[in-house]
Every structure is written in structure tokens, then in C-alpha cells.
Design a protein around this ligand. Sequence first.
Ligand SMILES: Nc1nc2c(c(=O)[nH]1)N[C@H]1C(S)=C(S)[C@@H](COP(=O)(O)O)O[C@H]1N2
Ligand SMILES: [Mo]
Length: 418
Amino acid sequence: MSSVQSEASYDGTRLRQWARGGARSAGIDRRDLLKLVAAASAAGALVPAAAAPAQAGPTLDGVVKPLPPELFTVRGTNAETNFAALKDTGLLTPVDRFFVRNHTTTPIVDPADWKLTVWGSGLTGGPVDFSYEALRALPSVSRTAFVECAGNGRSYFTSQQDQQVSGTAWTLGAIGTARWRGVRLAEVLRRAGIGRKAVDVLPRGLDAEVVSDGTNLGRVRRPLPVAKALDDVLLAYEMNGEPLPPDHGAPVRLIVPSWVGIANIKWVGDIEVSAEPLLSPWNTGLYRLFGPGYPPEGSAPLTRQTLKSAFELAPGASFAARRRHLLTGRSWSGGAPVRSVEVSTDGGTRWRPARLRDEPRAGSWVRWTADWVPTTPGPGVLLARATDRTGRTQPATTAHNTQGYLFDAVVRHPVTVV
Ligand SMILES: Nc1nc2c(c(=O)[nH]1)N[C@H]1C(S)=C(S)[C@@H](COP(=O)(O)O)O[C@H]1N2
Ligand SMILES: [Mo]
């Protein structure tokens, strides 16, 4: 099934039903939700993406793991991976440098006290609880998948396109790839008695309620259409062969391959299975595209990630002239496996193929290399662009949206030749 198509048309139904009172705003007042949507579409409500300055330091209140400045750039409650710190790592991002995106703070949840409650009108019976032990006793699967924030690359709307956007001013490091092990969500939903009338599945985190501009949005939760929930989604309890660490959702999180980061709910405590369509702030005012060219209620909710490329280099890195250098980087796409990557070292006039170091796979990234012998000392710019197997290539610019989601244009990486 072409999930992007079907989810978009399903969402049309969801919104029409909501307008007629047939869908439910889950855990938030209908008027508050309408206010959020209106704010998202109004240019006047924009807060510049650069509002929260990057801070340097080894820790951040609310994040458990250390955040040494050589590995991370702290942005508000979040920590961005420095791409240069991935240079000598393998395909998988080590936990010590995997980005953290927290709406509030990392909760500490003891697996012994934890249970997952599956409930709602889409079940054939009453609520069903799964303890951590019970979940671990179910058949497990492993898969490699990236988690990438929908706003990854957001700062380039401003720095490359001179446009205002709201949200965390990420460069390209709001992504990490890990090997996840857990239970298929489909397995848990079937055991809980999901019925034929179920349309939406709403996982909710155990972290604190999110208050934004004086409105309590409730706990982080985003409806997943039942088609995706029953497809390739995992309830993961292991990351790179170790129990899930606190900052990445311990004891159990969702992994929703190829979809925007927000779908991957961390610290999941309950899952509502609903026979009526559900709306939450995270699939209405947030995580849709708003702005010129989009309807007032926004685009359909974001599903798949777009495609991007990044050099494993610090911004402004310097290179000795007339020496051979090995440039390294990574490219990825939520749409399909990466097909090819090209690099330009002359500002985008000439492009040459990079060598792929990994077999491209859906939902993962590929590492690549390219040689470079710079000639003239002075400032320079490196560019990389990926093409995926759907035939899509990174464009020169990305159409503006007010919250700066899904930046996919080629990023200009400044360097100095000495
Ligand atoms: N419960 C909960 N789940 C959450 C979030 C959160 O703040 N709370 N942030 C989401 C967002 S926006 C992203 S991009 C990913 C980040 O996952 P990571 O912190 O493990 O990298 O988690 C998602 N899941
Ligand atoms: Mo995100």
C-alpha cells in the first residue's frame, strides 16, 4: 500500500468528521485545539528559530546522559548530535552521541513498576495490561532504523533562505540510527483484542504534561492510523544491544520506521485504540505544514521523513591546500533507500559521485566518501545531494512552512582552505 497517499486521504476523512463532531479531540479541549491550528497558520505567531541560544556544557537539566560539547550542541531542552562526532562511528549511532529531543524532561521509570495499558473503543473487550516481563516474553524482532526530528535542518530555512520559522534551530544532527529490538506493535494490539472498527492508535508518553503559551497540551501523544500501527511499528526495549537508556524512552518506546521523530513516542505508558478518529496537538497544530501554499488547517499530518545529506565535519573545518583529503558523510531518505549521492566542492557547479560504503536500506542511512584536493586557500563550501529510489533528488530550496518542518534542500557546508 502507498501509505503516504492512504494516510493523507484517511486524514481528510478524520478532519471532516471532526468538523461535524464525529471525531474526538483526545485529552484536549476542542477550542484549545482550534486555537493551536489558528496560531500555526498565522505568520504573526512566529518565534524565530534562533530564539534559544546554543549553550555549551557537559550536562542539561532533564537529560540523564552527559552531553560533552565535542559530541553535542544543546538547544533548549534538546541535544543535537555534532555530525563531526560520527566520523569514526559505524552505521549505528552510539548511544553516547545519539540526539535527544525532549518536550519536557527525561522521566526515570522503573521497569518493575511499569506496565503498558491498551484500552479503548477499538478493542473487542476491556483494557489489557502488559508488564515489562510479559512484553519481553513475547516473540521479539530487531531492525535498524533512524529516528529523525521533523524539524531537522530547520535553521537552514533562515540561514540559506532568509525565512522565519518557529521551533528548535537544528542544523542536521537531529537524527540517529540504531538497532532496535522489541515486540511488534501489531502483536500487542492483536493480543489486546483490536477489533475491525479500530481506526486510530494513540500511544502516550509518561513524561510530564506539555504547557505551551499557557495552554496545557497534556502528555505527548500522536495518533497513528491503524494501517501503519499494524505494519512495521515496534515497541522497542533495546537499543544497540543494550536495554533502552532513560533519555531514549526506557523502559519501552515506539519505533515507527521512516516516519517523523514525533511518531516514535518514548516512555510509552498506555495506548488508546479508538473506533473513532482521534486528534491531538501533535497531529493538528503541530506536525502539519502551514503557510502560503497550504490550506488554513494545514497539510495532512506529516508521515514519512524527507531526504537529506550531511558531511561528518565541523562547520568551518579547515583543509590543507594541495593535499588529498577523504570527505565522509551520510545520506538518508524516509521515502525509499538512497540510490546515489553526489558531492560538489566548487559551490555547486560541478558534481561527482560519492562512493557508498553501505548497502542502501529502507529506513536507514548510507555512509559515503569522496576525495578532495583543494587548490586555492580561502573560504570554500562543500555540498552533497542524495537521490533515493523513488527518483527524488534533494532540491536547491525547500518550500517555506511556518514551523520549518521537512527541510530537504542541499545544505552549504562552510570550510576554509589553508
Ligand atoms: N513521550 C515523548 N516521546 C517523544 C518525545 C517527547 O518529548 N516525549 N519527543 C519526540 C520527538 S519530537 C522526537 S524527534 C523523538 C526523539 O527521540 P530521541 O530523543 O530518542 O532521539 O522522540 C519523540 N518521542
Ligand atoms: Mo521531533
